[in-house]
Design a protein around this ligand. Structure first.
Ligand SMILES: NC(=O)C1=CN([C@@H]2O[C@H](COP(=O)(O)OP(=O)(O)OC[C@H]3O[C@@H](n4cnc5c(N)ncnc54)[C@H](O)[C@@H]3O)[C@@H](O)[C@H]2O)C=CC1
Length: 480
């Protein structure tokens, strides 16, 4: 049985003021770990520890290449422990084992990548004429609060913490209570790699209690949040109470646009992966399939054949699709199936695992919805489950109009053999990222990621992410 303590200023605290929480395996419903649940007392302590590390600790004063060496070591240690971390993450979050391995590998890539840019954070020199020298420096912003959701807990910690440390920040991590376990593995790796005490701190606990108190805390200088739109809006209100900047990575209802000229054999697994990965519990899941009308019946029949064969099972057995995060979320997803049935035709797939031991799991079946338009609720609301809304279009202009007719704007996929269609879509789609004949390429940490509209603002990943953790200071010197 795992236990995740708090880690505050380098000290490990097995107990906390809000008691002990339990974490369940979504594949079986069984308790697999416990965690110390922080309350308001620990909120003050953890912010004080991070502030102390930032204001007085060695990290911000270290030469950037030395910081880079420690960051690189964190990535190496992740890869050395990938088996243990992946198995823990697979059980705690319910994602198939190979996806959990991907999550660890991707986390290591974040640290490798930002280790390499730690010593390349140059300012600029601004010409103002003789007798004046003006330049900018990139200062660390201070204490960064990282509020983490339950779908990719280990990877989303790495995605935010690596650039924050690269910039010289101190960090407080607040994981989601459904997946509290792997964050402690991350903290242990940081300590072993030689990260100074207090530079990264961990507090598990209730979002509405400590998440809110942390976001309002005057000792916090910046917030990176990934999660739902309503919670993100609450975090923004808390941040506004002391006017600090935020990176917001919220939800999506991302379109995949399929033209009849696309290579259907190649497009099919990409479209299916786009809405089935981690049982659809991915912010950038491609859950709206906009299909050129003449290809509609063919792709629906191919997709239905595909999802019929989906093998659903216990995450550690590495099935095609594992469970959703918990029984409450399963009920929500099933509510969306009822909605879909009332709005269009629901085509189900997959075999539910009914053998003994899996009956307590939060399993749902993958589904397609046809016979709807883009005004249907099922085509507009984020389900966070494996359900694909299929909507026909006749022209490229109509495809763009339907794709953009959404509250969200995270990513889009385009499947076509025509360079004109691809370029037209890339120019006109109001989303943060356009994939052509693909929908994700693996360990993609190098390019920026983030949304338009209700999908949020700010960019994660790539060189763009570091800016969130820096202040630009201008220095102007007159001489002579
Ligand atoms: N964009 C994404 O990647 C994700 C989106 N979601 C969406 O959110 C829905 C609900 O999932 P939840 O786990 O309830 O997500 P949530 O958005 O409520 O929680 C995300 C994080 O925020 C924390 N939190 C909750 N209330 C807070 C508050 N008032 N102040 C500060 N932090 C707070 C939570 O403890 C967790 O760490 C999902 O069904 C899905 O639609 C969930 C996870 C990831």
């Amino acid at each position: 049985m795992h236990h995740a303590p708090l880690v505050i200023g380098g000290k490990t605290l097995a107990e906390a003021s809000d008691g002990i929480g339990e974490s369940r395996d979504p594949s079986t419903g069984e308790v697999i770990g416990t965690f110390a649940r922080a309350g308001l007392t620990e909120v003050d302590q953890v912010v004080a520890a991070a502030r102390h590390a930032f204001d007085n600790g060695p990290w911000t004063r270290m030469r950037p290449f030395e910081r880079g060496r420690i960051l690189r070591r964190i990535g190496e240690l992740m890869l050395e422990r990938r088996d243990d971390i992946a198995r823990l993450e697979s059980r705690d979050s319910g994602k198939p084992l190979r996806d959990a391995y991907w999550e660890v590998d991707c986390s290591a890539r974040f640290f490798e990548y930002y280790a390499g840019v730690a010593d390349k954070q140059h300012g600029t020199s601004i010409p103002l004429g003789r007798g004046i020298v003006d330049w900018t420096v990139k200062d660390a912003i201070g204490v960064s609060l990282q509020i983490i959701p339950w779908n990719y807990p280990f990877q989303l910690i790495a995605r935010g913490v690596a650039p924050a440390l690269t910039a010289g920040c101190a960090v407080v991590i607040k994981p989601a209570s459904d997946t509290p376990l792997s964050a402690y593995e991350f903290l242990k790796i940081c300590q072993e790699a030689g990260l100074p005490d207090g530079q990264v701190n961990l507090v598990n606990g209730r979002g509405s209690l400590i998440g809110d108190a942390l976001a309002r805390h005057r000792g916090v200088d910046q917030i990176t949040f990934t999660g739902s739109v309503p919670t993100g809006q609450r975090v923004l209100e808390a941040a506004a109470s002391h006017a600090i900047p935020c990176n917001m990575e919220l939800g999506g209802k991302s379109p995949q646009i399929l033209f009849a000229d696309a290579d259907m054999e190649k497009a099919l697994p990409i479209i299916a992966g786009g809405f089935l990965t981690h049982a659809g519990q991915v912010c950038n899941a491609g859950t709206r399939l906009l299909v050129e009308r003449k290809a509609h019946d063919d792709i629906v029949s191919r997709l239905h054949d595909h999802i019929r064969k989906i093998n659903i099972g216990r995450a550690l057995d590495d099935p095609d699709m594992g469970p959703v995060i918990n029984a409450g979320h399963k009920a929500e997803v099933e509510g969306f199936y009822e909605l879909a049935e009332s709005e269009g035709q629901l085509l189900m797939g997959g075999n539910l695992p009914l053998e003994a031991g899996l009956a307590g799991g939060a399993f749902v079946r993958p589904a397609l919805v046809t016979g709807i338009s883009n005004t249907a609720r099922i085509a507009r609301e984020e389900v966070f489950g494996p359900i694909l809304s299929v909507i026909p279009f006749d022209t490229a202009e109509e495809a763009v109009a339907i794709a953009n007719d959404s509250d969200f704007g995270l990513v889009a996929g385009v499947h076509t053999a025509s360079i004109d269609h691809a370029m037209h879509m890339a120019q006109d789609l109001r989303v943060g990222q356009v994939w052509v004949n693909s929908f994700g390429i693996g360990l993609d940490v190098e390019f920026p990621f983030g949304g338009y509209k209700l999908s949020g603002f700010g960019r994660e990943k790539g060189l763009e992410a570091i800016g969130a953790y820096q202040q630009i200071k201008n220095v102007c010197v007159r001489f002579g």
